[in-house]
Ligand binder design. Structure first.
Ligand code: ATP
Length: 311
């Protein structure tokens, strides 16, 4: 891969509290190149947000390493960390706690610009903020002066968060469910804007629960269960043929007309702490699944962590 922007090497995150611990991410090795887009897909609690927070240095890994723009983030001093973060944009999942509450909508979008650019360039920042708001269907004249905390709906706040994350033209954007509060029309506006940026060379990590949304935005998809990467490959290939039993279940549970959405797995699919995390819920589990399955390379970027694959 040319020009690797992001790399994780056996990255693991364990949350410890009292006598309980949660393996939120199990040893994970992924790479993302410049201009590449990766959707991180899985159900609630599978570790998606933890991954994004770890990449941004907001959650220290329990083991393993993360490198951004060729630098191991654990070895950076404060100045180095700030420099790396400035090359990244972040759309938080929580647009209530994740935005500065006291600012107006327009100032929320332009604030990161003002921090990076000389004072005499403020007008350019304002113009760019207005342009981004309008692109996202936010009437800047009407909404621009309203306080984010009081005057905007959840969906409007989320689009403000998108505009704020893009205003400094990040090289890497980490977007944590950035369309979860949008209707179809505003969702398409967000997707089109992100796609345009990717076409211009931005790298993208896009977190979602939705396999089809993943395919519409990202060339590659990674499916997670219980903190583990089950399967990854080209998004089109994953939607047309699922290999890992969990990906099959996830695909089978996609909403269809006149059908109830059901994830067809065993009733108890609590992630197993050792071995394959999906083995309790897996309709195809075998004895060997008590051991951690190796990642098998299937060609064309497809990788699957399942003992049944290739046998
Ligand atoms: N601060 C924390 N302390 C303890 N456990 C945590 C903490 N944050 C997350 N977890 C646990 O780690 C696991 C992964 O959580 P994470 O938020 O990364 O999942 P997610 O896939 O982003 O979920 P969602 O789609 O609901 O946002 C879950 O079991 C969660 O309960």
């Amino acid at each position: 891969m040319k020009d690797v922007i992001l790399e994780t090497d056996e990255l693991e995150v364990v949350y410890r509290g009292g006598d309980k611990s949660v393996r939120a991410l199990r040893p994970l090795s992924i790479k993302l190149g410049r201009g590449e887009s990766l959707a991180v897909v899985g159900e609630s609690g599978c570790g998606k947000t933890t991954l994004v927070r770890a990449i941004l240095g907001l959650q220290p890994p329990s083991s393993g390493a993360i490198s951004l723009f060729g630098e191991d983030i654990s070895e950076l001093d404060k100045k180095g960390t700030i420099a790396v973060r400035r090359r990244c944009g972040f759309i938080p999942q929580d647009v209530y706690g994740g935005l500065p509450p006291g600012l107006s909508a327009l100032d929320t979008v332009r604030e990161p610009w003002d921090l990076l650019h000389p004072k005499n360039n403020k007008e350019a920042g304002k113009k760019y903020a207005v342009e981004l708001m309008e692109r996202l269907g936010l009437d800047s004249k009407n909404l621009g002066n309203r306080k984010v905390k009081k005057g905007l709906s959840g969906g409007q706040r989320q689009r403000i968060a998108v505009a704020r994350a893009l205003i400094n033209d990040p090289e890497l954007l980490l977007a944590d469910e950035p369309t979860s509060m949008q209707d179809i029309s505003t969702r398409n506006k967000v997707i089109r804007l992100l796609q345009e940026r990717v076409d211009r060379g931005m790298s993208l990590i896009f977190v979602t629960h939705d396999l089809l949304l993943a395919r519409s935005i990202a060339r590659k998809t990674a499916i997670f269960f219980g903190g583990s990467l089950c399967e990854t490959g080209n998004s089109d290939d994953i939607v047309s043929e699922q290999i890992h039993p969990y990906t099959k279940a996830l695909y089978g549970a996609m909403p269809r007309l006149n059908e109830k959405m059901v994830l067809r797995t065993s009733k108890d699919r609590t992630p197993s702490p050792t071995g394959c995390p999906f083995r309790k819920g897996c309709p195809e589990a075998m004895y060997v699944c008590e051991k951690t399955p190796p990642m098998k390379y299937m060609g064309d970027g497809r990788m699957v962590a399942c003992w049944r694959t290739g046998n």
